[in-house]
Design a protein around this ligand. Structure first.
Ligand code: RTP
Ligand code: MG
Length: 159
C-alpha cells in the first residue's frame, strides 16, 4: 500500500429539487464543492418516486414535516454526489449550515442554506450526519458503487 498523503472520508451530498431547479444555484453549489477540495467520486442526476422518498426518510415518519418533506423530495430532479475529503462529513455539513433557514441566516450567513435556502424543507442540500449514515445513504443513491472496490483501485487512504 502507498503512503497516505491525507486520510479521506466519504460522504453523500445531495442538491435538493429547489436548488437544482435554478441553474445558477446548481452551478454555484458545484463550484463550492470543488473550491473546498472535495474529490467528486461519483455524481448522478435523478428523480425520486414518492416511495424512494418515504424509504429514505423513514426515520422521520410521524414528524409534522414528514408529508411535505417526502412530497418535496419527489417533486423534481436532484443531484447526488459521493464526496471524498479529510473530515468530509463535518466539512460538508459546515458548508450547508443549520437545517433551519432563518437560523442559518441569523447565525451563519455565509453558509449554503443561508444564501440559497427557501424554507426548512426547501433548504437546498442534504449531507450525511455520521459514517454509518454515509454508508447507508451512499448505498441508497449509488447501489452500483462499491466502496471496497473503489478503495482497492483508487484510494487506499480512506477512513
Ligand atoms: P438530514 O436529517 O436530512 O440530514 O437533515 P438535518 O439533520 O439537517 O435535519 P433534520 O432536522 O434531521 O430534518 C430532516 C429533514 O427534514 C427537513 N425538515 N423540514 N419544518 C420543516 O419543514 C422541516 N424540518 C426539517 C429538513 O430539510 C431535512 O431534510
Ligand atoms: Mg437529521
Amino acid at each position: 500500500t502507498r503512503r497516505c498523503a491525507r486520510v479521506l472520508q466519504l460522504t453523500l451530498a445531495v442538491i435538493k429539487p429547489d436548488a437544482v431547479a435554478h441553474p445558477l444555484i446548481l452551478e454555484a453549489l458545484h463550484q463550492k464543492i470543488l473550491e473546498n477540495n472535495f474529490v467528486i467520486v461519483r455524481k448522478k442526476d435523478l428523480i425520486w418516486r414518492r416511495s424512494d422518498s418515504e424509504r429514505f426518510y423513514a426515520e422521520h415518519e410521524g414528524r409534522f414535516f414528514y408529508q411535505r418533506l417526502v412530497e418535496f423530495m419527489a417533486s423534481g430532479p436532484m443531484r447526488a454526489y459521493v464526496l471524498a475529503r479529510e473530515d468530509a462529513i463535518t466539512r460538508w455539513r459546515e458548508l450547508m449550515g443549520p437545517t433551519k433557514v432563518y437560523r442559518a441566516r441569523y447565525t451563519s450567513p455565509s453558509t449554503i442554506r443561508a444564501q440559497y435556502g427557501l424554507t426548512d424543507t426547501r433548504n437546498t442540500t442534504h449531507g450525511s450526519d455520521s459514517e454509518e449514515s454515509a454508508q447507508r445513504e451512499i448505498a441508497f443513491f449509488f447501489p452500483e458503487f462499491s466502496i471496497d472496490q473503489w478503495l482497492e483501485k483508487e484510494e487506499p487512504c480512506l477512513r
